[in-house]
Design a protein around this ligand. Structure first.
Ligand SMILES: Cc1cc2nc3c(=O)[nH]c(=O)nc-3n(C[C@H](O)[C@H](O)[C@H](O)COP(=O)(O)O)c2cc1C
Length: 213
């Protein structure tokens, strides 16, 4: 069964899956994904997270228009940026093609899950830098759960460039904010190992700059 993979296999193979089939995803699986998200920690255990499961074609289309407008604003910069660390220009171009593909087909994902927070807990305790820290662990759990169920997903945030429009489309109250939109569906491609910088390149011992040994 697709969900029989172990936790560590999921951790190491949970790529951004931007090419999705339009085939419907059973609600039972979406519920399992959200339930996995609810297992995450939140600051003070306040659980101010809220999730909107968007399946309505017209609403998805409106969100796609916003997401596309946001990409149009930044694509030229992405194209001229150097490749991410450890990646070649060719790999960067491949990723950009996938980014553009997802943008064009955003509304065709059978489900979009929008991760929100009500009230700004981080700011209320004087730690604005912590904003988002009470939703992204849940989002990561959900991405891993999707992987475990054989579903593809990507953490997307680009809509934040036009978040007011998204809030209007989804009828959020004034005190709620969106943090991520996850397009979820059966993947077109195959899962495979993620490629990242090595542990030695990013890990220090005791002090910044001292190699970890
Ligand atoms: C904070 C954050 C925001 C992201 N926003 C977007 C986004 O708006 N659109 C998108 O296609 N991918 C987005 N991603 C996905 C990253 O581009 C992706 O995880 C990264 O390229 C690694 O991809 P890989 O896991 O397939 O190697 C985001 C990831 C993070 C952590």
């Amino acid at each position: 069964m697709a969900d029989d993979i172990g936790l560590f296999e999921a951790l190491h193979t949970m790529r951004a899956m931007r090419r999705l089939k339009p085939d419907p995803v059973p609600d039972g699986l979406i519920r399992r994904i959200i339930a996995a998200g609810l297992g995450a920690p939140s600051g003070g255990d306040v659980q101010h997270w809220r999730f909107i499961v968007v399946k309505d074609a017209a609403i998805k289309q409106q969100l796609q228009a916003v997401y596309k407008k946001a990409l149009d604003q930044v694509l030229a910069r992405y194209e001229s940026n150097p490749p991410p660390p450890g990646k070649t220009e060719q790999q960067k171009q491949r990723m950009l093609r996938a980014v553009v593909y997802l943008t064009e087909h955003f509304h065709e994902a059978p489900v979009l899950i929008v991760g929100c927070l009500v009230g700004d807990f981080a700011a209320s305790i004087g730690l604005p830098k912590m904003s988002g820290a009470s939703i992204y662990p849940a989002i990561q759990n959900m991405l891993l759960a999707a992987r475990g169920l054989g579903l593809g997903a990507t953490l997307t945030t680009r809509h934040l460039l036009y978040e007011d429009e998204v809030k209007r489309i989804l009828e959020l109250p004034d005190n709620a904010e969106t943090f991520a939109i996850l397009p979820i569906g059966y993947p077109v491609g195959k899962f495979g190992p993620v490629s990242r910088l090595g542990l030695e390149e990013v890990t220090f011992q005791d002090r910044w700059g001292t190699p970890y040994s």
